[in-house]
Design a protein. Structure first.
Length: 479
């Protein structure tokens, strides 16, 4: 089968998931395993990093599902993970009784509690039997005091549980995510992360107890979080969740091969025999590596779905490369969430406006999809750094690249600086005291601004479009 019916392809793409980060565990048919992610799921990987949307919360949630752990264990030949692996939560979103809230953490830190003791208390409570005295403490303040006052009994608890898991031949993972939600300023957040990484290193002394920490790339400042003995052992073993273009398309193939028209797509992709593995009560098809490693083959297959050009001729570009290029930040990184959102929107728009198109996706609808994905990335950065919106929204209507002076004239930094001083801005720009030049540096570190060789500022389409800036020959801004 060398083609896929346009309507079938359109329906399958329109059924792509709306969300790739889950408050609840994802379904096995949504668990794709790039090679870097296989390493990230290993119990002995203590630190996992990645950009917003790279999959940190996805894996924090997914690893709590025994069916997903079984899938990962079967897919990775040397993985120590399996359905029997124990998984507990130490921090994340949504809030749970398993760990203290941000306000509780802040109150305890204000009372002088060492963050390392805070996290050790969380871990001890996760490992304690129901009859253990620690479980009888009603508040986190009482639990922290108990751990501080009973150092040797807590150490005995850890050894006892480690021996138990070792006899069973399984690991016990305690998972930590969303550390940006544990504090409102950089200093407190760094202190919390530093203390947590200390406990992750402490756990390495045991055979089967492990802490796994998921951090955004911008949270990993070695000068702030790694100034303790042997911190290099944690940082050197870190795994970054990366999404090169061929893996983004591998993710798409995986969803299509396991979706409602999965049989049709597996025939369409041909290449190797598809292997299936058990994941709980269902079987999931894994994508043959040959479908991921052969870039030209991927390109040919995607162009059967999306058409060969981004217009009526090749001068407008080619969908296979055009989509990732227009969704990338200044570091060339694309989040799978925005990639899938662009394709899902493109399929829906094609069905509405170009239902008789010969391909599943129309090139104008692909552009609409990128506009929608841009809005998603804008919402994400607003959630993480509200001050970015305050700086970029006044730039609406400008055309980039442009001189930085033109941008600086649009900024009113004094109110922002005052709000930062009053503690009213969550995770504020770290170099605001250096004025507009310092804020420019912060935006560059976030992948929002790019400094060209001649000193002008450029903004990648994924942010430019969402904030209504223009670029000659580029995707039109969202209106």
């Amino acid at each position: 089968m060398t083609a896929i019916d346009a309507k079938t392809g359109r329906e399958a793409l329109a059924n792509l998931p709306d969300e790739t980060s889950y408050g609840q565990s994802p379904k096995p048919e949504h668990v794709y395993l790039p090679r870097s992610h296989l390493r990230a799921t290993d119990p002995n990987t203590l630190l996992v990093t990645g950009m917003r949307g790279a999959g940190k919360t996805f894996w924090w949630s997914a690893l709590q599902n025994s069916a997903v752990r079984q899938l990962v264990g079967q897919s990775a030949r040397q993985s120590s993970l399996g359905a029997a692996t124990e998984a507990r939560t130490g921090f994340g979103i949504p809030p749970r009784d398993d760990y203290p809230s941000k306000d509780t953490l802040q109150a305890l830190m204000s009372d002088g509690v060492d963050p390392r003791i805070l996290w050790r208390t969380v871990q001890a409570r996760q490992l304690a039997y129901n009859s253990h005295p620690l479980r009888q403490q009603d508040t986190w303040a009482e639990r922290v005091r108990y751990v501080s006052d009973h150092i040797e009994p807590i150490e005995h608890l850890f050894r006892e549980r480690d021996d138990e898991f070792n006899r069973q031949g399984v690991y016990c993972l305690i998972l930590f995510d969303a550390l940006d939600r544990c504090a409102d300023d950089w200093q407190d957040m760094y202190r919390m992360i530093r203390g947590l990484l200390q406990t992750a290193l402490d756990m390495r002394a045991y055979q089967r107890l492990r802490v796994k920490v998921f951090l955004r790339s911008d949270q990993v400042d070695e000068t702030k979080i790694a100034d303790f003995p042997d911190a290099s052992k944690v940082l050197s073993s870190a795994v970054e969740l990366s999404w090169p273009s061929h893996e983004l398309y591998g993710l798409l193939w995986y969803y299509l091969a396991n979706g409602t028209h999965g049989a049709d797509f597996r025939k369409f992709f041909t290449a190797d025999d598809w292997q299936s593995v058990e994941a709980g009560e269902q079987r999931v098809f894994s994508v043959p590596r040959s479908l991921i490693s052969k870039g030209e083959y991927q390109r040919e297959k995607f162009h059967v779905i999306a058409g060969p050009w981004m217009g009526r001729g090749p001068k407008r570009g080619f969908p296979y490369t055009w989509i990732p290029n227009h969704l990338a930040d200044t570091e060339g990184r694309v989040s799978p969430r925005s990639f899938l959102a662009a394709l899902k929107t493109a399929a829906e728009n094609t069905a509405d406006w170009h239902p008789d198109h010969e391909h599943a996706l129309h090139y104008d609808s692909i552009k609409r999809g990128v506009q929608e994905a841009s809005k998603i990335r804008v919402r994400e950065i607003q959630e993480d750094y509200p001050w970015v919106h305050q700086l970029l929204s006044p730039l609406e209507g400008m055309v980039v690249p442009c001189k930085f002076d033109e941008i600086a004239k649009c900024w009113e930094l004094d109110p922002l600086a005052e709000a930062v001083k009053q503690g009213e801005v969550k995770l504020p720009p770290r170099h605001i005291e250096q004025g507009s030049a310092g804020v420019r540096e912060d935006l560059e570190s976030l992948g929002v601004f790019f400094r060209m060789r001649d000193g002008r500022v450029n903004i990648p389409d994924v942010f430019r479009v969402g904030y209504g800036l223009g670029r000659r020959g580029g995707v039109r801004p969202v209106r």
